[in-house]
Design a binder for this molecule. Sequence first.
Ligand code: FDA
Length: 311
Amino acid sequence: MLRRVLLAAAASERVRQLITTVPLTRDVVKRFVAGESAADALAVAQRLLAEGLSVSIDYLGEDTVDPEQAAGVASEYIALLDLLSAAGLTVGGRAEVSVKPTAAGLGLPEHGEKTAAENIVRICRAAKAAGTTVTVDMEDHTRIEATLRLVAELRADFPDLGCVIQSYLRRSPGDCEALAVPGSRVRLCKGAYRAPDGFALAARSEVDRNFARCMRVLLDGPGYPMLATHDPRLVAIAKSRAATIGREPSSFEYQMLYGIRTDEQAALAAEGAQVRVYVPYGGDWYAYFMRRLAERPANLMFFLRALASRR
Ligand code: FDA
């Protein structure tokens, strides 16, 4: 119930106004967001790489409203990739980028898919020149078909373009089967959006079971699975399956969000696993922040306590 309210608030302009204008919010946001500028993201990436982790950097923003804004998002990514490359962080793909299709223009009323494809191609070219990769995030259920289509098309030229499958969707095991092909980079996560019952599994236990099912398809297949979860039970299942089938640690990776379960990130890396941290930055942090609150009531309490202590 609380999760539904927070996810609805993530899409509300009035609540956005309220929350983003409280000065203290920014202190709390810092736990999950690297900062507002590409230089902030670079500094965090440098620190995480020095700790033996990899990163995927996301320029925050979604649902761009006009083609110029969408082109501006691509230009921001290109400048970011230049910065990362100049600092030597893109070598071996250790620093890559994650892009939301609607930030690149997918939701535009006219030619959305074409605009998003053109912008993501620009980003992919810059990433390729820098020696690294791009992953296309998955947004709500209304964008799935278009996003999968877009990734499939772009993979003809950029075979290492990553995509995301969400285990809260009933359809996902089938999508994993289709994507489990050689070289295919697939991020598996539970899903951070709301979807109607016809599309989504309602119970957390069902979402977890579906994650385990999808994970098995990906780990047993010939692609490159990117297991994005902080759930210790699912990480344990992944470890056990990888050991059983003799999957090399270099042939898949774990992914976690910046600021969440950092101890587990370090522990996995110390065991020899590949761990990539998703690092968001930018001024448009509201929707991302609200999804993090929705995932964990304790985060909401932390936020509310911090607000109350300032009154
Ligand atoms: P779950 O929510 O069950 O949490 C398991 C445990 O992890 C919790 O008990 C807690 O200890 C910790 N935890 C989880 N979330 C926390 C939080 N916010 N604050 C503090 N602790 C927390 N989603 C999507 O729809 N599209 C996408 O493209 C992506 N991309 C993506 C990339 C990466 C690298 C990650 C890790 C996640 C995503 N997600 C995503 C988000 C994902 O779908 C999901 O909402 C979150 O990862 C939370 O789910 P968990 O699997 O961590 O499990």
